[in-house]
Design a protein around this ligand. Structure first.
Ligand code: UD1
Length: 421
């Protein structure tokens, strides 16, 4: 089994290049199934979730080739049976549902798995497809969705679900007539999907607002598209720098997509600047020397504070001077990492969706286990700032979303490596 070893207390200095956004790349890979023509996606991170999505696509007969940072996808052949194994491991596998039903009139897919952050049903996805005329049934753990041709309609989401918005938006592209998604999620990755789809000939508008309108077309053509930079990755490095101490520059970092995170970091007392809209620089003597202020954080749908940065900022707040409160309004159980932080000396109590964090004098390195992807990132932040050595197990979770993590941190001065344990 692999683990990440970190000797804490080293300041970081230099530049880190931010890779393409996981949560956009995965959806664009699914969107490429809407056309039988070749699509080229540039700036696709080489992470485990992307590899799982490649397995899903290949399992349906799609040709996928990696060329450096790019993926070439050609869905001339497209089956309707989704291989169960990769979907069991990654919830984003369900994003193929909308495109495949729209193009082939049927899909059979296993109930999805992924990070365990509380119950994560897919009822919005299924109800939306039903509203568009699809028939949905369950068969021994599999879901079968069928429709001759989807019909455009008005869809109201009970919660602005990112995945449901994207799935239904993609399905609507090849539906007959106009679909309007109300209470749509406004995450920037949805804007990336809109741009990609429109470049293929779709007629989508409204991404970034709560109402998305899709006028159905009969077919799409292939295109070449550059995936947007990963705002969550940028936020992770930013917070790691603030915790450990650093003079670190991140590029390309989409400053406009990080407003809620940057505002919160300012409130905490982190010294950051953005010399241009794609660059972030953070300078810090480390959390303890800086005497960061405690804050209240509420993770909300975009443009609120991102739930995917909630664990990392909580790790930083374990070293603030006073008591912070962090609430997650998006995922019901996203504090699986709190017990691990406690092993490092953090004072953190969780009650339902809320954590209370009393800043401590220092963290101590420990042997801990990443419970999920961003929970693992919180442990990396804590270990970089801690005194002594840490060993982080559960690396498989970190590999889902961060490419070459140790190498990139080592290049800016962290003492970090991967071990067999
Ligand atoms: C996406 C992101 C994930 C992020 C999340 C919220 C990807 C691959 N993953 O996940 O990193 O944490 O957005 O920003 O992009 N819900 C339902 N029924 C549904 C769908 C969702 O009840 O049919 C609930 C979920 O249980 C959750 C909330 O809605 O509590 C938000 O989920 P959603 O926005 O759909 O997240 P994902 O798209 O799965």
């Amino acid at each position: 089994m692999e683990a990440i070893w970190i000797q804490g207390g080293n300041q970081l200095a230099g530049n880190i290049a931010i890779y393409g956004a996981k949560n956009s790349a995965l959806k664009l890979m699914a969107a490429a199934l809407l056309t039988d023509q070749p699509c080229r996606l540039d700036n696709v991170p080489d992470i485990r979730d992307v590899r799982l999505m490649v397995q899903i696509l290949e399992g349906m007969g799609v040709q996928v080739r990696r060329e450096g940072e790019s993926l070439l996808i050609e869905a001339k052949e497209l089956g309707t049976e989704v291989p169960p194994e990769p979907v069991r491991e990654m919830r984003a596998g369900i994003q193929v549902m909308g495109p495949v039903v729209a193009r082939k009139g049927r899909i059979r897919i296993f109930q999805p798995g992924g990070c365990s952050l509380g119950p994560r049903p897919i009822d919005f996805h299924l109800r939306g497809l039903e509203a568009m005329g699809a028939r949905v049934r369950e068969e021994h753990g599999f879901i079968v969705v069928e429709a001759e041709r989807l019909r455009g309609t008005d869809i109201y989401l009970d919660f602005p679900s990112v995945g449901a918005t994207e799935n239904l938006m993609m399905a609507a592209v090849l539906a007959e007539g106009t679909t309007v998604i109300h209470n749509a999620a406004r995450e920037p990755e949805i804007g990336d999907a809109e741009k990609f789809l429109n470049q293929c000939g779709a007629r989508v508008s409204g991404a970034g607002t709560g109402v998305i309108r899709v006028e159905g077309v009969t077919s799409l053509q292939g295109t070449s598209y550059q995936v947007m930079p990963d705002r969550i990755e940028a936020a992770t490095f930013l917070i790691a720098a603030a915790a450990a101490g650093a003079d670190l520059t991140l590029r390309p970092a989409p400053v406009v997509h990080l407003e809620a995170v940057l505002a919160k970091l300012s409130q905490i007392g982190v010294d950051w600047e953005s010399p241009d809209p794609m660059t972030l620089r953070v300078r810090s003597q480390g959390a303890l020397a800086e005497g960061y202020r405690p804050v209240h954080v509420r993770a909300l749908p975009y443009p609120g504070f991102p739930t995917d940065v909630q664990p990392q900022i909580t790790a930083l707040l374990t070293l603030a001077r006073g008591t912070s409160i962090v609430t997650d309004e998006v995922h019901a159980a996203r504090f699986g990492y709190a017990g691990e932080l406690r092993r490092m000396g953090a004072q953190i109590w969780v009650e339902g969706r809320t954590a209370v964090i009393k800043g401590c004098s220092h963290l101590t390195g420990a042997r801990v286990t990443a419970p999920d992807l961003r929970g693992g990132a919180a442990l990396i932040v804590a270990a970089l700032a801690a005194e002594g050595e840490s060993l982080i197990e559960g690396v498989v979770h970190l590999d889902r979303g961060y490419a070459r993590l140790e190498e990139r941190l080592r290049q800016v001065g962290a003492r970090i490596c991967r071990l067999e344990v």
